[in-house]
Write a protein that binds this ligand. Sequence first.
Ligand SMILES: [Zn+2]
Length: 165
Amino acid sequence: MKYFTQEEIDFIKNNYKKMTLRKMDKILGRDYRTIWTKLKREGITGNVHRKKTIRYKKVPSPYPELEGDCWICISHHKESNLYGYPMIHRNGKHYSLHRYAYERYYKKEIPKGIGVLHHCDRPSCINPDHLFLGTQKDNSQDMIKKGRDNCWGNKNKKEEITANI
Ligand SMILES: [Zn+2]
């Protein structure tokens, strides 16, 4: 077995968190199992990036007017962000899974400042039919339309309480 050069070792150390072993294998021309052994020898065993297949289960949608089931992601739910959106790691970047699903399915990039919103209000749903593009304003209006204006309601309530005190 050929020894790893210092450059190769640096490359592996810098990239093991954002690249799969197989991808490093392709770039370095080294067997991914050898890379894995090297990482272990360097004392790195956790956090090695693995490409996860997106798996989901179908669940009836909450709104009768919505066509099709919700595809609730069951493979990436642990990596959800602050807002409860499952996250996915691809090509060294983090994406919200529903955003990623939208881009992949409709084969177009989402412009900056535009969000991918859910008709079904389920953050972990990735059914492309339930996703639509919109701004933050659209999202608020959609929420009000569906009677989900709780966050604003709560805020007003707090203000009311403060005023009463
Ligand atoms: Zn849905």
